[in-house]
Write a protein that binds this ligand. Structure first.
Ligand code: PLP
Length: 417
C-alpha cells in the first residue's frame, strides 16, 4: 500500500493529495492507484520467468472497464463468473482466447455467449453443467474447450464465507467424480479437454494450502495421463490474501515460485493459469468519505460518514477489517473508541466497530483503506443511494473512470404506473 502515504501531512494516492479529488468529485468516492495495480500484476508475471503462463484477473474483484483494459494491455486475461463479466471483459478489449469461465451456475445463454466469443475454456463444476455445455455445442456445431474444477478438500484457513475448496462447499467436484467426468468427456465429440482447475478460497495468507491443493490436482493429472488423457493447462485459481490489518501474506512472486517448484517436483509441464483478484487490486484502492456528524449514545461514540454498507459491504458481510486513515494528519485530535457508521437504516451498517482512533471532527475526510477489491464491485443501490464514482490516479493526475450515478440513473429502467 506504499502508493498511499502522507506528504506534508496530507494523504496522497501516488503523488496526488486525495483531498484535491474530493474537492472536484465530491464524496464518497473510490480512489485507485494505477501504479499499484501494474506493480502487483508484474509481480505475478515476472515470477513465472520462461514458464508458459496466463494471468486471468478475477473480474468480480473489480470490474471497472478502465482497470480491465489496463490489465489487458499488460497481458492479462480474465476469469469470469457470469455473462455480464464476459461482456465487460470483451468490451474492455481482453481477447476471448485469454478468458476462462468459472462458477457453479452458468446458464444456457451464458454458455452460448461464451462459445460464440470463443473463450479459452469453461471451468466446469458439475456433470449437469458438462451436459448442458455439450448439448449447446451439439446444437450449434461449436466445440467447447473445457476443464473440470476439482474440489481438493483443502482447508484454506480463511473466513468461512470465502473458503471454497472444502468438500462441504458448493464448488468443484470431488477427485473421484472429476476423474469420471474426464473419462466421459473423452468420449464426447463436442468438447475438447483442455485443462484442469481448482480454486480453494480467498484471502489466503499461507502458501501451504495452495501446495496441498496442487498435490491433489497433480495426482489427478497423473492418473489421467496414464489413461491417455492429456491436459494443456493447469489452472491453480486465485485467492492470495493481502494485508488489511496485521496479516502477513506472502507476495505474489513467492507464491508463484513455490507453485512452480512443486509443479516441477510433480512433473507437471502444463501452461499455468492463475486467477488472482484481490491480490492485484485490493490494496490499490481506498474509499474516501466525509464525516457528517459525530454523536454519543450512552457513552458510545459514533462517527457518521457519508459512505455506507451499500458502498462497501465487506465489514457488514464478513466482519472485515479495513484501516481508516485521516486525509489530514494533525496531532491535536483526542484518541477515542468509535464506531464508524453510514446513513443506512440497518444496525449492520458500519465500516468499523470499536476502533481506536483520533476522533475526527464534523466535515473531515477519512480514507477507508484496502478497498480496491470486492468494494465497488459489491456495491448496491440499497436505500436508493446512487453508486459512487471511481477515480484512477496516475502520478499526480487523476481521471474519473466511472461517474457518480444520478437520481435519474436510479429509475431509468423502471415504470411509474
Ligand atoms: C473469486 C475467484 C477468484 C479470485 O479470488 P481472489 O481471492 O480475489 O484472488 C479466482 N477464481 C475463482 C474461481 C473465483 O471464484
Amino acid at each position: 500500500m506504499e502508493e498511499f502515504s502522507y506528504q506534508d501531512g496530507e494523504l496522497c494516492c501516488e503523488d496526488l493529495p486525495m483531498s484535491r479529488i474530493a474537492k472536484e468529485v465530491g464524496t464518497p468516492f473510490y480512489c485507485y492507484s494505477a501504479a499499484h495495480i501494474i506493480k502487483r500484476f508484474r509481480a505475478y508475471d515476472q515470477a513465472f520467468g520462461d514458464r508458459k503462463h496466463l494471468i486471468c484477473f478475477a473480474v468480480k474483484a473489480n470490474s471497472n472497464l478502465v482497470i480491465l483494459n489496463l490489465l489487458g494491455k499488460l497481458g492479462a486475461g480474465a476469469d469470469i463468473v457470469s455473462g455480464g463479466e464476459l461482456f465487460r471483459a470483451l468490451r474492455a478489449g481482453i481477447p476471448a482466447n485469454r478468458i476462462v469461465f468459472s462458477g457453479v451456475g452458468k446458464t444456457t445463454e451464458e454458455i452460448q455467449a461464451a462459445l460464440d466469443a470463443g473463450i479459452l475454456m469453461f471451468n466446469i463444476e458439475s456433470m449437469q453443467e458438462f451436459h448442458a455445455i455439450a448439448k449447446t455445442c451439439r446444437e450449434t456445431g461449436k466445440k467447447a474447450r473445457i476443464s473440470f474444477r476439482v474440489n481438493p478438500d483443502v482447508d484454506p484457513k480463511t473466513h468461512p464465507y470465502i473458503s471454497t475448496g472444502l468438500k462441504k462447499n458448493k464448488f468443484g467436484m470431488p477427485v473421484h467424480d472429476a476423474l469420471e467426468a474426464y473419462r466421459e468427456a473423452k468420449r464426447n465429440p463436442h468438447v475438447e479437454i483442455t485443462g484442469i482447475d481448482c480454486h480453494i478460497g480467498s484471502q489466503l495468507t499461507q502458501i501451504q494450502p495452495f501446495l496441498d491443493a496442487l498435490d491433489r490436482v497433480a495426482a489427478v493429472v497423473q492418473t489421467l495421463n496414464d489413461e491417455g488423457i492429456q491436459l494443456s493447462y493447469l489452472d491453480t485459481g486465485g485467492g492470495l490474501g493481502i494485508r488489511y490489518h496485521d496479516e502477513t501474506p506472502p507476495d505474489p512472486g513467492k507464491l508463484i515460485r513455490e507453485l512452480i517448484k512443486r509443479m516441477d517436483a510433480n512433473g507437471l509441464q502444463q501452461t499455468v493459469i492463475v486467477e488472482p483478484g484481490r491480490s492485484i487490486c485490493g490494496n490499490a484502492g481506498a474509499l474516501v468519505t466525509k464525516v457528517l456528524y459525530t454523536k454519543e449514545n450512552s457513552g458510545k461514540t459514533f462517527v457518521i460518514v457519508d459512505a455506507a454498507m451499500n458502498d462497501l459491504p465487506r465489514p457488514s458481510l464478513y466482519q472485515a477489517y479495513h484501516d481508516i486513515w485521516h486525509l489530514n494528519q494533525t496531532s491535536n485530535r483526542k484518541p477515542c473508541l468509535v464506531d464508524i457508521v453510514g446513513p443506512i437504516c440497518e444496525t449492520g451498517d458500519f465500516l468499523a466497530k470499536e476502533r481506536e482512533m483520533p476522533l475526527p471532527a464534523q466535515g473531515e475526510l477519512l480514507s477507508v483503506m484496502s478497498a480496491g477489491a470486492y468494494g465497488f464491485s459489491m456495491s448496491s443501490n440499497y436505500n436508493s443511494r446512487p453508486r459512487i464514482p471511481e477515480v484512477l490516479v496516475n502520478g499526480s493526475e487523476f481521471r474519473v473512470i466511472r461517474k457518480r450515478e444520478s437520481y435519474e440513473d436510479l429509475v431509468r429502467i423502471e415504470e411509474i404506473s
